[in-house]
Every structure is written in C-alpha cells, then in structure tokens.
Unconditional design. Structure first.
Length: 185
C-alpha cells in the first residue's frame, strides 16, 4: 500500500467562487501529519505557492524534523518527518514518481456531491489491491477547483452527517477519510 496525502492551498475557491491561493494554517500541518502517521501514509505534501507561506512551512518543518523540536517531542517528530512543502501539486506528483517509480493515481475530495464519485469502500479495495501509489488531495478554502477535481483519477464521495450542514475543517475531514480508507476493520 502506497498512500500519500496533500493539503492544497492552490488552486482552490474562496467563498465568492474565485480561484485563489489560501493561507497556510500551521494546525493543519501538525494535525494531518499525526493522522497520516497513525494510518501509515507514506508522505504528506503541503502545496503552497505563496513564497512567504512556503518559507514558514519549511521553517516549521526544519524545527520539528531536525532541530530542537525533534528532541523536545519525539512523537511529534515521528509524524512531521512525513511532511514536505512544495509550491505546486506537480511537484508532489513528481516527488512521488521518483520514490515509487510511477505516477500516483490522484484522488480528489470534496464536501459536494460530484459526478463520477466513488465510495469509500470501493477506493479502500482499490488501494489494497493496486500496485500504483495514491495521492489523496484535500482542498482548503471553499474546496478544490472543478477543473482539478475533474482531472483526478478518482473523486471520493463526500463525508455526510445526519444534518444538511457540511463544512468540516480540512484536518477533521482528513482524519475521517484516512480512517475510512486505511483504518482497521
């Protein structure tokens, strides 16, 4: 099983449905890394094209991956050693291809129902049997762009609760999705 995750800050929508780059949130770095480590994800990519935000992500990672943070909290280091910050999704895909010897299958996530969605059960079985790596993409802001979603190999069904409210934080959605796809059954 070769599963990778990414949190994408561009291309995503803002609430006016404009394509934007969103701000880095350090909680997303920490929390998704901890979920990724818990579920055996091989790598976690922060896709952030804003130069100052990319610098901040790398500064935080250098502290936890090799600096004082590694000694201060080895459990946090254990999770954050999975993380790389890159400016564009193509950089993450290229890095995975170098590691795995083939391009990953791209899985988009969305809080909205889309055409071509696959169920958690279907994708769980595909991941278990497939020799290809998978890159699960989580959008920030108001979600991944339609173009990005439609260009994906798979579009995962949304997480739905018993109400019509569906606006989870990306770190909560990532944890739920990783558990549904990779958790023990």
């Amino acid at each position: 099983m070769s599963v990778y995750v990414s949190i994408i800050h561009y291309p995503v929508y803002n609430k006016e449905k404009r394509i934007v780059a969103t701000s880095l949130t350090t909680l997303d770095i920490h929390d998704i890394a901890r979920s990724a480590r818990t579920y055996g994800v091989k790598g976690y990519y922060i896709v952030q094209p804003i130069e100052n935000h990319l610098w901040l992500a790398n500064k935080l990672l250098s502290f936890w991956q090799g600096g004082h943070g590694r000694e201060y909290n080895p459990k946090r280091w254990e999770a954050l050693k999975l993380v790389k910050a890159v400016p564009y999704i193509e950089d993450a895909v290229s890095d995975i291809e170098k590691i795995e010897g083939r391009k990953p299958k791209i899985v988009s996530t969305s809080a909205k129902k889309c055409k071509r969605t696959v169920s958690f059960d279907f994708l769980r079985k595909e991941i278990a049997k497939d020799k290809y790596p998978y890159l699960i993409c989580f959008g920030t802001g108001w979600g991944l762009t339609e173009e990005f979603i439609q260009s994906s190999d798979y579009i995962l069904e949304p997480i739905c609760g018993p109400t019509d409210y569906n606006h989870l934080s990306v770190r909560s959605a990532a944890s739920i999705i990783l558990d549904r796809l990779l958790g023990l059954r």
